[in-house]
Structure formats: C-alpha cells, structure tokens
Design a protein around this ligand. Sequence first.
Ligand code: ADP
Ligand code: MG
Length: 340
Amino acid sequence: MNICTLKNVTKRYGPRTVLDIDRLDLAPGEFFVLVGPSGSGKTTLLRIVAGLIQPTRGEVILDGRSAKGLPPHLRKIGVVFQGLALWPHMSVRGNIALGLEHVVPDAAERTRRIEETARELSIQNHLASRPTRLSGGERQRVALARALVRRPKLLLLDEPFSDLDARLRRSIARLVRDLHDQHGMSTLLITHDRTDAHLLADRIGVMKDGKLLACDRPGALYEEPGSAFVAEFLTDAAILSGRVDDDGMVQTVLGRLALTEAVEAGRTVHVAVRPDEIVVGQGPVPGRVVACEFLGGSWRCRVTVGPDEVAVLHDQPLAPGQDVQLSTPAGSRQVLRVES
Ligand code: ADP
Ligand code: MG
C-alpha cells in the first residue's frame, strides 16, 4: 500500500489553476524529490499533502485512507518548512514540543521523545537556547527534530537547504537521507538544486506550470528525459534539432546521431546531448569556447557550434574565444519532439 496517493488533484486561485496532478504515488520507504522552477506548484502540492490547504478538486489518500477532513496533526506527517519557521521567542525545546501534545498526550513520554530526538540530531545541549543563538546548520537540525519527534510516516521538506553554504548543505542533505533510511519513513523533498536531487532521490518528479512533467528514477530521467524541459532542467543538456536521413539517423551540428525510435525520413526531430556525452579534443566538429566555469575537479564550458550552443565538460580550463574540436560518442538518443 502506498503511503500517499494524489488522484486528479487540482488547486485553483480565482481563475488560475496552479496545481493539476493526475496521479502521484509515494511508496513506503521511498525518498521522492520534487524539482521545478519557482512558481511551478511544488509548495502548493506539499501543503495539500500536509493538510494545510485544501485541494479545489481531487483526492489525497494517506496510508490507504482518504485524507478528506483529516486535520494536519492527525496525518502522521512531519514538515520542515521553507525558511524553517522556527519561533524566535521560544526555546529549542519549546519549538520541538510545539503541538506535540496532540500527538503524544503523555507529558513524560513527550519529554523522553524530545530528548531522544535531540540526541539523534546532536542538539541535546541546545534545548534551552533560543534558535536565534544557533548556527544555520543547528537551526536546520532543530527544524528536522520538530518534524521527526512526531515519528512521521511521511516527512515533507520544502527547500530545507536553500539558506546553507555548499559544504553544509551536502552534510545536512546526507543527514536527511540517513535519517530517512534509519526511520524507514517516506520522504518528499522539494529542492531547486538538481545535484541534491540526483544525490538523494529514489525517484525524481519534475514540475512545470502546476503539472508533473516526468516522474522516474534519476538514472532513467538522465538517459531518457522525455522532454526538452526535463533534459535542460536536470542535466544542462543541449537540445539539438535536425532532419532525419533515409537511414533513420538525424543530422545535427554535432554530426549524425542514432535515434532510439524510427522516425520518417525528412522529419525534423529534437534530441538532447548532455555535457558528459561530448568529448573535447580530436573530433570532427569545430566549435568556439564562450565561457568556462570550474566545478571542482572539472570545468564546464559553453561552446558555440554553428548556430547552437552546447555545454561540455573538460578536465582542463578552456579560454573564451579558443577554437576546439568536438566529437560525440555513438549511442542512441531519445526523440524529444518530432516536427511535422
Ligand atoms: P513553488 O513552490 O513551486 O515555487 P508555489 O506552489 O508556491 O510554487 O506556487 C505556485 C503558484 O501558485 C505561484 O504562481 C503562486 O503565486 C501561486 N499561489 C500560491 N499560493 C497562492 C495564494 N494563496 N493565492 C494566490 N496564488 C497563490
Ligand atoms: Mg515553494
């Protein structure tokens, strides 16, 4: 049985539909990462699952039962909000205990759970402090403790790492995945960082304009993104178009590429070529470097090739204006779109 199912869920504000999900299932123990541009409806989806707002239409099923009319505190859900939403005038203990009496009526048991959770997150020495006295990483762990102290079946996290520097965000991200694995719960994490998504997710859902465009394992979306939007959003791929030849290959600025499906000769198709699929060196395709950024270990460079621009990875920096030769290893590309 799924932990959470959304069926034909829509949310409208006035005439505007901001969420329109045909179906989404979260399996027990699954770590699901929702990505998408700002305004695509991610927070709206999370708040509907948490019971903080009601859908205009459709059904939310939690643990096999309709969640209609079920108040947030009875949903067995823990939430870490965007910006954390800690109360500055309350102690860390007070923040973690907030509303817990609805879930755990026994006061001694509440104290025991708060202390156990605080130890688990290494904030046991800060229980009497105000959150404002803590570092960013510690505040993050207080917000996590407040969600986990309820022993949720489903943990919802809305861009919890966005205010942290790169090193801290990786370590907190790993902590979240470890806690998820130890507690055996399901997790729905919203992020706009695709590296977090690839690193953490069992499955990734990509949202755009209120709709779930794609939903699959990270490796599957990497190889077969299904649309130009998903390819560009998840991998920085270049979207190239070209005419299909008589032998079924497509002629692009990077040369002739094979397709995973047969397309009628003469049609124009769009395919994605990821940076890691382009080799810089002895290839047949001339390009010119536009810009180059250091990723730590490798460089990602933008290169113009004919009228197109592609991103490439290289083990050395390339100078803007430099001429380079490119090649693309053989292998079939998924057809993203066929023009009639
Ligand atoms: P995301 O989290 O992906 O950035 P949101 O779910 O917060 O997106 O918002 C989706 C869209 O719904 C946005 O365009 C936002 O302006 C709109 N929206 C969210 N809440 C309200 C509201 N209470 N009233 C009107 N529009 C809203
Ligand atoms: Mg949001």
